[in-house]
Design a binder for this molecule. Structure first.
Ligand code: SAH
Length: 689
C-alpha cells in the first residue's frame, strides 16, 4: 500500500505530496521517536518502578489480587515492572500498531507472556467483561501519557474514560498525582520570540524606526506550547518576578474531569518589572505520600542534586498576551485556562467580580494578526536579532545605489523595508503565500510604505516583466529564509529562485548574499546522543528488540539522514576545527551537475565522536557574513556557542546508533558529501579512522 507524505521541495520552495511506501511514515515515526530517550531516563524509570512496587504492595496488603491496567504500554516496560513487583495480571494497552507488536515480542523475550496481555487498541475502545479485552476492571492504573505540557498527549480524556469504564473505584494509580508549577518572569530574550520589536535603521536622511502594526502587538499568538530545554537558558537572560507557585494538580487515583476549566492563583511579585512570560513545569508523585517524586524543575529551583537529562519532557514557556507592569509586593492574579489538551495564561491586576466557573470564557489564544502563522518563535527571535540586522544593513549600504531596482526573495522578510530606507530607488518583494502577502501588507501600511514597496504574489518562475514594471533588477536580495525549510541547506531555494528570475536581472546585477557555504564540525554531545543510542537493558528488562527496531528505521532505505536540532539547547564540544565543505555561488545560476566533495577532517580534542554538525553561512557582501550555525568556540575545552534562532543539521555517526565502544582518539573522520542540484538535497557519509 502507498501513502502520501507532505515534504517541502527545496528546489521549488513548495510543499509537495510524494507517494511513499506505507512503511515510510512508520519508520519516520520510530526513527524520530522519543522511546529511546524514555528508556535512557533512569530517574523516570526507577521512580516508576518504586511507585509500582509500592502500589502492588498496598493492594496485596488489603488481601486483593493486583490487576493492572497499563495504558500506552510502548515497549511494555511498566507492565513488566508491575508483574515483577508481584502483580497477578496486567493489561497492556497500546494504540500504535508497530509498538504493540514490539511490546508483544519484548514481553515474551523477558518471560512475561502468561501475565501480560498486550492489546493493540486505543484505551477508549477497550472492553471489559467475560468476552471483553479485559476480564474485569483493574485495581491499579499505570500510565505514562505525559508530554512537556503534561496534558498535551491527551492524558486527561484518557484518565476520565479509564475511571469510568476500566478501573475500580478507589484504585491505586501510578503516578498518583501531577502538579503544575509556574513562575512569572521578565525576559527580553523570550519575549522576542512572540513580539516584533521596533527595528532602528540609521539612514542617510536620519534614523528610521520600523514598527509593527498594533494588531500584531496585541495579538495573543498561537496556542501551541513552546517547549524548551530551560536549563540552557542562563539566569542572566531573565528576571524572576515571582516565587514558584503551584498552579494546579491532578489526582489520578480519583475520577478525572477533562472538560475545559481554569485555575487562579494570587501572586505577590518579589520584584517590580514587566510581566511577560510564565515559565512552567510539572512533577509527578508516584505514591500518595509524595516520597517518590520525579520533577522537571529547572536548575535554579531544584537543589544541586544530579540532574537527569531528558528530551521527552522539558519545560514550557507561555507568553502573556501583553506585557504587564507589576510592582513588588502588589498582588496580581494569574489564571491558567485549559482545555482537554493545552494550557494558556492570563494575568490580572485584581480579582474582579467573583466569576462563576461556568461564566468564564476559556477561549484558547488565536493569532489574529497572522504574523504568528507566518513566523514561528525562532523566526521572531531572528528578526529581533539586532546584531544580525546590523550585518544586513551594513551590506545593503555597500551594494545599494540611488538608482538601484531591488527585488527581495525571502518569506516575510524585513529586507525590502531596509532596502527602501537605505536608498534603493525601487523595491519589489516576492511573497509566495497569501499569509506572507497579507502580513507584509499590514506591515508596510503600519510604516506608511504601501506605495513604496510593491508586493508580487507570484512564484519566481512565473515572474513577468510587467510585475516589475518593465524594469531590470540591479540588486537581488534574500536573507535567505523560507518557511518550508527544515534543514539548513533548504534555504538554498534562494539559488533556485535566483536562477528562475535570471531573465529579469540586469547584466551587472548584484546578488546579496553573493554566495553561501556549507560548514561542518565533528562534535561530542553532552547528552543529545542519547536520543539515538540503544539502551540494551532498562531496569533489568531486555529491550533490545526496541533498539533493533529503531536502528532498522534509522537505516531505512540504507541512507541515514541528517536531522535538524536547535543546538543552543544541546551542549556539545567541538572535536575538530570547523571546516568549509561546499560553496554555492549565487552570482551564477544553479549548475546542472551535482556538487560533491570528499576529504578528511582532523580530530584535535579528546572525546567521543558522536556526529557531525552542519550549517550554512551566507556571505552578504565583501567581508560580511552571517552564520546560521557556529557563533564561536567559547573556551579551550571546545564548548560551542550556536546561533540561537536556527536549527543546525546533526548527522549521528553509526557508532552512536550501534553503541560501539569508541576509543577516545580516532585521529580523523573522512567524509563524502554530495549536493544533488536536481533535488536540492544533501547526502553524506562518514568514516571514523
Ligand atoms: N509506557 C511506556 C511508553 C510511554 S509513551 C514507557 O513508559 O516507557 C506513551 C505511549 O502511549 C505511546 O506509545 C502511545 O502510542 C501510547 N498511547 C497514548 N495514549 C493512548 C491511549 N489512550 N490508548 C492506548 N495507547 C496510548
Amino acid at each position: 500500500m502507498k501513502t502520501f507524505c507532505g515534504r517541502a521541495n527545496p528546489t521549488t520552495g513548495a510543499m509537495e505530496w510524494l507517494e511513499e511506501d506505507e512503511d515510510y511514515d512508520y519508520h519516520q515515526e520510530i526513527a524520530r521517536s522519543r522511546y529511546a530517550d524514555m528508556l535512557h531516563d533512569k530517574d523516570r524509570n526507577s521512580k516508576y518502578y518504586q511507585g509500582i512496587r509500592a502500589a502492588v504492595s498496598r493492594v496485596k496488603e488489603r488481601g486483593e489480587k493486583a490487576i493492572v491496567l497499563d495504558i500506552g504500554t510502548g515497549t511494555g516496560l511498566l507492565s513488566m515492572m508491575a508483574v515483577s513487583a508481584g502483580a497477578d495480571f496486567c493489561y497492556a494497552i497500546e494504540v500504535f500498531k508497530p509498538m504493540a507488536n514490539a511490546a508483544v515480542k519484548i514481553v515474551e523475550k523477558n518471560g512475561f507472556r502468561d501475565k501480560i496481555k498486550v492489546i493493540n487498541k486505543h484505551s477508549t475502545e477497550v472492553t471489559v467483561g467475560p468476552d471483553g479485552d479485559m476480564q474485569c476492571r483493574a485495581n491499579i492504573l499505570v500510565t505514562e501519557l505525559f508530554d512537556t505540557e503534561l496534558i498535551g498527549e491527551g492524558a486527561l480524556p484518557t484518565y476520565e474514560h479509564a475511571h469510568k469504564y476500566l478501573v475500580q473505584e478507589g484504585c491505586e494509580a501510578v503516578p498518583h498525582r501531577a502538579t503544575v508549577y509556574v513562575q512569572l518572569v521578565e525576559s527580553k530574550r523570550m519575549w522576542s520570540w512572540s513580539k516584533l520589536f521596533p527595528v532602528h535603521v540609521e539612514a542617510e536622511d536620519g534614523e528610521k524606526i520600523i514598527v509593527s502594526p498594533s494588531e500584531m502587538e496585541n495579538c495573543p499568538g498561537v496556542p501551541s506550547v513552546c517547549d524548551i530545554q530551560l536549563n540552557q537558558m542562563p539566569s542572566s537572560d531573565f528576571t524572576v518576578l515571582s516565587d514558584v507557585v503551584t498552579m494546579f494538580s491532578v489526582d489520578f487515583s480519583k475520577p478525572v474531569r477533562s472538560a475545559p476549566t481554569y485555575y487562579r492563583v494570587q501572586l505577590e511579585p518579589v520584584k517590580s518589572g514587566k510581566a511577560q512570560i510564565v515559565l512552567s513545569w510539572w512533577d509527578i508523585d508516584m505514591d500518595p505520600s509524595g516520597m517518590i517524586n520525579c520533577t522537571m524543575a529547572p536548575y535554579w529551583v531544584k537543589p544541586t542534586a544530579a540532574f537527569q537529562w531528558r528530551d521527552h519532557w522539558m519545560q514550557c514557556v507561555y507568553f502573556l498576551p501583553n506585557e504587564e507592569p507589576v510592582l513588588q509586593g502588589e498582588k496580581v492574579y494569574l489564571t491558567a485556562c485549559r482545555d482537554e489538551y493545552s494550557v494558556w495564561y492570563k494575568l490580572q491586576k485584581d480579582r474582579g467580580e467573583e466569576e462563576k466557573k461556568s461564566d468564564i470564557r476559556v477561549e484558547s489564544p488565536v493569532c489574529r494578526c497572522q504574523a504568528h502563522l507566518l513566523w514561528n518563535r525562532p523566526r521572531f527571535g531572528q528578526l529581533n536579532d539586532e546584531n544580525r540586522t546590523r550585518q544586513y544593513i551594513k551590506s545593503l549600504m555597500k551594494v545599494l545605489k540611488t538608482d538601484s531596482v531591488c527585488l527581495c526573495i525571502s518569506d516575510g522578510s524585513l529586507l525590502p523595508v531596509l532596502a527602501h530606507y537605505l536608498g534603493a530607488k525601487q523595491v519589489f518583494t516576492l511573497e509566495n503565500s497569501a499569509v506572507s502577502r497579507s502580513v507584509m501588507e499590514k506591515f508596510f501600511k503600519a510604516n506608511h510604505l504601501e506605495d513604496k514597496i510593491k508586493i508580487i504574489e507570484a512564484r519566481p518562475e512565473l515572474l513577468t516583466s510587467s510585475h516589475l514594471e518593465d524594469k531590470k533588477i540591479s540588486v537581488l536580495v534574500g536573507e535567505p529564509f523560507f518557511t518550508t525549510s527544515l534543514l539548513p541547506w533548504h534555504n538554498l531555494y534562494f539559488w533556485y529562485a535566483r536562477t528562475a528570475v535570471t531573465s529579469h536581472l540586469a547584466s551587472n546585477v548584484t546578488v546579496l548574499p553573493q554566495s553561501a557555504s556549507l560548514h561542518m564540525m565533528i562534535v561530542e554531545f553532552q547528552d543529545l546522543w542519547r536520543i539515538r543510542s540503544p539502551c540494551g537493558t532498562c531496569e533489568g528488562f531486555d529491550v533490545r528488540t526496541m533498539d533493533d527496531m529503531i536502528k532498522n528505521s534509522l537505516n531505512f532505505r540504507e541512507s541515514k539522514e541528517a536531522e535538524p536540532h536547535p543546538l543552543w539547547e544541546y551542549p556539545c564540544k567541538s572535536l575538530s576545527d570547523p571546516q568549509e565543505v561546499l560553496t554555492f555561488d549565487f552570482r551564477k545560476t544553479v549548475p546542472q551537475h551535482c556538487l560533491s566533495t570528499e576529504g578528511s577532517i582532523k580530530l584535535l580534542r579528546k572525546g567521543k565522536s558522536h556526529g557531525a554538525v552542519l550549517w550554512m553561512e551566507y556571505h552578504l557582501a565583501a567581508d560580511i557574513s552571517v552564520s546560521t550555525g557556529l557563533m564561536q568556540i567559547s573556551n579551550e575545552k571546545g564548548n560551542c556557542e550556536w546561533n540561537p534562532h536556527c536549527k543546525q543539521a546533526v548527522y549521528f555517526f553509526s557508532s552512536v546508533i550501534e553503541s560501539e565502544t569508541l576509543s577516545d582518539l580516532p585521529s580523523a573522520v573522512t567524509y563524502a558529501i554530495n549536493f544533488d542540484t536536481k533535488t536540492g538535497d544533501i547526502a553524506m557519509d562518514f568514516k571514523l579512522l
